[in-house]
Design a protein around this ligand. Structure first.
Ligand code: KG4
Ligand code: ZN
Length: 333
């Protein structure tokens, strides 16, 4: 039993959370709107925003919990993967605070934390389960055997699916981040109106850069005939693009479930907010008898709740870090 402070700063959200005896009691997130005008995350600006936000957000979660700072048993922080400058802010802060309180630090792998977000709320999946982790930086199918044993069954060899959503949205002249915008417009569109050539990858791996290029060439050709093609077909284009990405995700997920003979299927990461993916999972759960697990929306995108929960689970295993651990932008899985 322990009281853990979790800190997340791997990309463009500064977040803090308190987990008391395995229960995440708050999850405060400061998003960085500044990147919108640049059409993507600017690393230097992200670091500066983390620097501005980190003390107030940690103060906030502490003052809105029933515990005093001297009751903390450990501080969990995102060690990687992520932007180096962004990770440095969270890790330096976590280490300094832990040193001043003389408590352990618990380094956390951001992608594993997305998976462990499933243990925040009920129903919690039983081991082993399959987790499709889909974010702006990663696309992986994992076999999760325990808190510490996660096996990569397949992953993208180029773009992450969130990145593919954002790049496709850019081609449609939609603002960053485009994933949620495509999702919204797709609701009014016909997913079968346009089709794009999907790359076939061996095994359970993905490739999203080919389909992105196929969308680009398709749009170029159509715009030559009709300059207003995108604006006249925005909903159908969004629906068709979303359908392509979701079909690719589901195809390998179904294969992975069959290969491993596992019918407990979880999704994690920012793209698990996508309504097309959610309804495809519901369909598959009916068809294949899957038990599907989707975290609450606030724990799908980047958040410290998942870091605090991972910290709790690793605290129980005494998996502590060292003060000379440096952040790992490409932290191995
Ligand atoms: O996990 P996340 O918040 O941050 C990373 O660790 O990358 O994921 C962000 C990604 C972005 O690419 C964003 O466009 C995508 O998730 N995303 C969505 C939706 N909501 C967020 N993509 C499609 N549909 C959505 N509803
Ligand atoms: Zn993430």
């Amino acid at each position: 039993m322990a009281v853990i402070l979790g800190i997340e700063s791997s990309c463009d959200e500064t977040s803090a959370s308190i987990c008391i005896n395995g229960k995440v009691i708050n999850n405060e997130i400061a998003s960085q709107a500044i990147h919108e005008q640049y059409g993507g995350v600017v690393p230097e600006l992200a670091s500066r925003e983390h620097q501005r936000n980190i003390v107030p957000i940690v103060d906030h979660v502490l003052s809105h919990s029933s515990i005093n700072v001297d009751e903390l048993d450990g501080i969990a922080y995102t060690r990687g993967p992520g932007l180096l400058g962004a990770l440095l802010i969270g890790s330096s802060f976590a280490k300094s605070m832990a040193a001043s309180l003389n408590i352990p630090i618990i380094p956390i792998h951001h992608m594993k934390a997305h998976v462990l977000a499933h243990f925040i709320d009920d129903p919690k999946p039983k081991y082993p389960f399959i987790c499709l982790t889909v974010s702006g930086g990663h696309t992986q199918i994992l076999r999760v055997n325990s808190v510490t044993e996660m096996i990569i069954l397949g992953q993208t060899q180029d773009d992450a699916v969130g990145e593919a959503f954002d790049k496709a949205a850019k081609l449609l002249d939609l603002p960053y981040p485009g994933g949620p915008m495509i999702d919204k417009l797709a609701k009014q569109g016909d997913p079968n109106k346009f089709s794009f050539s999907l790359s076939e990858m061996p095994n359970l791996d993905y490739s999203f850069s080919g389909v992105k290029t196929s969308i680009l060439y398709f749009l170029r050709k159509e715009i030559q005939q009709n300059e207003a093609f995108i604006s006249e077909n925005l909903n159908d284009l969004s629906a068709s693009i979303q359908y392509s990405f979701v079909s690719m995700l589901m195809d390998k997920l179904i294969k992975a479930a069959k290969q491993e003979s596992i019918d407990r299927i979880a999704i994690a990461g920012g793209v698990s907010a996508n309504s097309g993916l959610r309804s495809a999972l519901e369909d598959a759960s009916m068809k294949y008898g899957w038990e599907v697990f989707i975290p609450d929306f606030q724990y799908c995108t980047d958040n410290a709740g998942m870091i605090a929960m991972s910290g709790h689970l690793l605290y129980e295993k005494q998996a502590f870090g060292q003060m000379n651990d440096s952040p790992l932008p490409r932290m191995p899985f």
